[in-house]
Design a protein around this ligand. Sequence first.
Ligand SMILES: O=C(N[C@@H](O)C(=O)O)c1ccccc1
Length: 329
Amino acid sequence: EKEHTGDFHIEEAVEWPGLDLKLGQVSGLALDAENNLVIFHRGDHVWDENSFDSRFVYQQRGLGPIEQNTILVLNPSNAKLLHALGKSLFYLPHGLSIDKNGNYWVTDVALHQVFKLGADDKEPLLILGVALQPGSDRNHFCQPTDVAVDPTTGSIYVSDGYCNSRIIQFSPNGLYVMQWGEETSSGTARPGQFHIPHSLALIPDFSQLCVADRENGRIQCFRLETGEFVREIKHKSFGRELFAVSYVSGGLLFAVNGKPYPEQAEPVQGFVMNFSTGEIIDTFIPLRKSFEMPHDVVASEDKTVFVGDVHARAVWKFASTEKMEHRSV
Ligand SMILES: O=C(N[C@@H](O)C(=O)O)c1ccccc1
């Protein structure tokens, strides 16, 4: 009788054929209501040092929008393409989330906008921000990174962004409600200060919004209703940068960090944490190929995890070995 000590390990599902998909830079991942994997990628566009001027204005408008479908819906077991949408709309895709009604919510850092798309690939249902115009008032974003919708209230939360340091809440129909956050002052980063709020995880069970505070290498969590700081989750093993955070109901928090400077010790890896205690219960890296710039992570209730990498242009699948062990009786 093999004892199951209940220790939790995830490892790459090496039978997942999604590692050789011809993708552009993979910026966002989400799971839809059927647990299909949804990928937001940049097709033939890339974000590099020539993409923006010093005032964060996108420089490659002449390229036109990405002609490929930027939103791909895949079977989570065999990576077969089920649907594709989002062509001729975006310039530099970034964040992706799916609301409880199956709408896709995305951000575009070149357009400085947030889009709500119905699953039918018709006209966008809602657009926030002013195309190609960076800014920091109620109607402008600056390279917005992610969006999350509260399944209970329909409130919309936007992490804004590379060139702002705030979280903005909008009403379900897109009216500005409130914002919180400020730039990290020199020296130690205080609660509520950000240096690239890069990814959002909405935690309905605890009525909290957690933010990957990328360049501060930490996760900060806030009250959904008030934006009040609740706590920080930070570990030495995160290293310098924490890129993405994702929550799966049942209490597990997933994250991916950034590549360290050569001389630094902390490797680029995925983390599984107990949301309540903040403690790390497992870490993971691929068996095939290696993480280069893991940019988003998403997990389903059966502890299947997907990681998308914006430089490797790859999506890995991980599964909990608990499930993979064969029970001997
Ligand atoms: O962080 C960067 N990019 C990634 O996050 C991404 O979303 O591609 C970046 C920074 C400087 C220049 C060019 C790209």
